[in-house]
Design a protein around this ligand. Structure first.
Ligand code: MN3
Length: 199
């Protein structure tokens, strides 16, 4: 199958002022493209390239030992950013009733969820991601991962925030908490609600 850099569903400057045009351009065309290129290199000649990267990451036991860490790093970067672009939007969107109910059930309230997610994002030491995942029991859970690790061992991610400095440094420098707070203004809740149904 083809492993192309996915087109963004909006312009590079569409998420300003939350995320600036230059950050989006570099993040998409350099970082994300770089992970895809390195993933293709790591698995060159392997029939694992016939599968979608998500299927490969969900079945890491099928990856040869000496390629596994490279797949975790580069395939993770490939997959994580693909999800990240999808769950952002410049438009005002709303959570579905189902997702609202599930958040209330599992976190008590949307505010509690936001607090827990933001704390996970703030306290992820160094580079990584914070996630909202759907567990196999269909519960919502907040978690975080280092580097480009994916959260599949805990559940299917439906929302994630990239807290690598490359995601925010031009605009926010060391102020990761401000980036996280503003991130909530550009979440595509329609897409997250779809992800919730499909998880
Ligand atoms: Mn990134």
């Amino acid at each position: 199958m083809k492993h192309n850099l996915p087109k963004l569903p909006y312009d590079y400057d569409a998420l300003e002022p939350v995320i600036d045009e230059q950050t989006m351009l570099i993040h998409h065309t350099k970082h994300h493209q770089g992970y895809i290129n390195k993933y293709l290199n790591a698995l060159e000649g392997s029939d694992l390239l016939d599968k979608d990267v998500e299927a490969v990451l969900r079945n890491l036991d099928d990856v040869p030992d000496k390629k596994r860490q490279a797949v975790i790093n580069t395939g993770g970067g490939y997959y994580n950013h693909r999800l990240f672009w999808e769950i952002l939007t410049p438009k005002d969107t709303e959570l579905s009733k189902d997702l609202t109910h599930a958040i209330d059930r599992d976190f008590g309230s949307f505010d509690n969820f936001k607090k827990e997610f933001s704390t996970a994002a703030k306290t992820q030491f160094g580079s990584g991601w914070a996630w909202l995942v759907v567990t196999p029991e269909k519960n919502l859970k907040v978690t975080s991962t280092p580097n480009q690790d994916t959260p599949f061992s805990i559940g299917t991610p439906i929302l994630g925030i990239d807290v690598w400095e490359h995601a925010y440094y031009l605009n926010y420098q060391n102020k990761r908490p401000d980036y996280i707070e503003n991130f909530f203004k550009i979440i595509n809740w329609e897409q997250v609600s779809k992800n919730f149904i499909n998880a």
